[in-house]
Design a protein around this ligand. Structure first.
Ligand SMILES: [Zn+2]
Length: 259
């Protein structure tokens, strides 16, 4: 979470514009698709606010002063342009997690995967940074409260989720971490597609991923406040790690295991 003050607000707006352009360059979105936000921590008496990219502004034209600021309850604080249609999803994620920033992409590999499978399995050990196998949230119209709810559900004990026939959502302690996770997710989806083209991929087990998480923490790979299953705080909220299937991804239509 970022502190809040005029300097942080200004820096946050600049950072959102910079990463939005990078999202275009990195192929994580086309046109003005996708969006991203940062949570600014408020003073002790305030819950803070969220700054979020505007809707419908082509990334090359986006300016920091067009970035909108809204309360965590959705109240408008500064809305100089049309606020992102996915604002409800961003707010729901901030309410459900300790995210400091959220990145929503429309990247090709995850969209292709989401149209066939219900999950991106552990094709590579780096997926531990996302909390394990990444779920695909069932299709719900963009901008809807239903999409916000299904995204939060798919994010349980994870830092990334794929939205069926839509895109992906990732969060992190700051915008850099959230963005790196979006890149990682797209790379993992690409790698999984390559593997599927060759045959039936071998998938890492929960025990193997846990071993990776333990070693990453020992080496201080930025995981000190996380467990393999997600934010350490989730255990305190009664969070539960859903079962993960092994062997291959579930195809569309198969139910999630109960959680
Ligand atoms: Zn979208």
């Amino acid at each position: 979470m970022y502190p809040q003050g005029p300097a942080e607000l200004s820096a946050g707006r600049e950072q959102l514009v910079s990463y939005s352009r990078r999202m275009l360059d990195d192929g994580l979105a086309v046109g003005s698709a996708g969006n991203m936000s940062i949570r600014l921590a408020g003073p002790a008496t305030s819950a803070g606010t969220v700054i979020i990219t505007p809707s419908g502004v082509p990334y090359p034209d986006m300016r920091p002063e067009q970035v909108c600021e809204i309360g965590l309850d959705g109240s408008a604080i500064s809305v100089p342009a049309t606020v992102s249609s996915e604002t409800p999803m961003h707010l729901a994620i901030y309410a459900a997690t300790d995210a400091g920033a959220v990145v929503h992409t429309h990247s090709a590999e995850v969209i292709a995967l989401s149209s066939v499978f219900d999950e991106l399995p552990a094709i590579h050990y780096a997926i531990h940074a996302l909390g394990g196998a990444v779920r695909v949230a069932s299709y719900t119209r963009f901008g809807s409260d239903g999409l916000a709810s299904s995204a939060v559900l798919a994010l349980a004990s994870r830092r990334a989720a794929i939205l069926q026939n839509h895109g992906a959502i990732c969060y992190g302690r700051d915008l850099s971490e959230a963005y790196e996770r979006a890149l990682l997710l797209e790379w993992l989806a690409h790698t999984y597609r390559l593997a599927r083209a060759l045959g039936e991929p071998k998938i890492l087990t929960d025990a193997q991923l846990e071993e990776v998480a333990v070693e990453a923490r020992r080496r201080h790979y930025g995981e000190t406040q996380w467990t393999n299953g997600g934010p350490a705080s989730e255990a305190g909220r009664g969070g539960q790690r859903p079962d993960r299937p092994r062997g291959s991804a579930r195809r569309r239509g198969d139910a999630y295991p109960s959680r």
